[in-house]
Design a protein around this ligand. Structure first.
Ligand SMILES: CC(C)(COP(=O)(O)OP(=O)(O)OC[C@H]1O[C@@H](n2cnc3c(N)ncnc32)[C@H](O)[C@@H]1OP(=O)(O)O)[C@@H](O)C(=O)NCCC(=O)NCCS
Length: 228
């Protein structure tokens, strides 16, 4: 794993055979390839910096996986075009960025997201969470609503990145119910029939999260169900 000092260990969000890299955006040390630069040539500096840091992490993760020097262009829908046989995911917040990659032969999908706790207000949560999720948060002890709201939001973003290449982009926030587990680091996901009917029944989503310096990091993979 490639990890800058003080960066969260995002490797723990994923099972074996997933390769990750994470850094502060301000630590970016990467010159965009010409074709990568085309995607942000008209963007503001903040966007160029986060895009460059994301590409740096993605290249570092790919190198750990064994792929070097592949130019990561952007697809027309904004998603990243990964090398054949590889799946990958990138996220950035204002401070952090990270990427995770794996072989398609190992996992059917992968998603990663970073979200700052101060972004997901009660008002946003009411738009993004379903009633059962709001009920779940209201039953939790302590004053941790922001943490749970942010986890649920971030998990839904990770799920979108993981599933959209497989089922198409028509996934709504209400299509995934996030159920945090008691272990404090993983969550279950219940998908609506509209989405689950488009995912082969042999596959299952696995999600984990970690909190680092007021930012929520979540990761999901789509794996083959274990034989009983
Ligand atoms: C696409 C989306 C997930 C990006 O998330 P974000 O929080 O805005 O930005 P992040 O920094 O976390 O992720 C950016 C990365 O996502 C990927 N991405 C961008 N557009 C994408 C798309 N249409 N589909 C899949 N991945 C996409 C790219 O790798 C991008 O990296 P880059 O900008 O460095 O090239 C978000 O804008 C979105 O559309 N969310 C909808 C979520 C949703 O409906 N969820 C419900 C599912 S339950």
């Amino acid at each position: 794993m490639y990890k800058m000092p003080n960066a969260p260990d995002i490797r723990q969000l994923f099972p074996d055979r997933v390769f990750t890299a994470c850094c502060r955006i301000e630590d970016k040390d990467y010159v965009l390839r010409r074709e990568e630069y085309d995607a942000v040539k008209d963007a503001v500096t903040k966007r160029r910096n986060e895009f460059g840091a994301g590409r740096m992490c993605a290249q570092a993760a790919l190198e750990l996986q064994g792929t070097k020097g592949f130019v990561l262009v952007r697809n027309p829908d904004g998603s990243t075009a990964w090398p054949t046989g590889i799946i990958g995911t990138i996220s950035h917040s204002d401070l952090w960025c990270g990427a995770a990659v794996a072989r398609q032969s190992d996992y059917a999908g992968i998603g990663f997201d970073i979200e700052a706790l101060d972004r997901i207000t009660h008002k946003i949560a009411e738009r993004v969470l379903i009633d059962r999720e709001m009920d779940w948060v209201s039953r939790q002890p302590g004053d941790e609503n922001r943490k749970w709201f942010t986890l649920m939001f971030s998990a839904k973003e990770s799920i979108y990145k993981c599933l959209s290449p497989l089922v198409g982009g028509d996934i709504r926030f209400s299509d995934a119910e996030i159920i945090p587990r008691a272990d404090g680091r993983s969550f279950e996901t219940r998908l609506t029939e509209k989405i689950s009917s488009r995912v082969p029944s042999s596959l299952i989503l696995r999600g984990r999260y970690l909190l680092h310096e007021e930012e929520m990091f979540s990761g999901v993979v789509l794996i083959k169900k274990q034989a009983p």
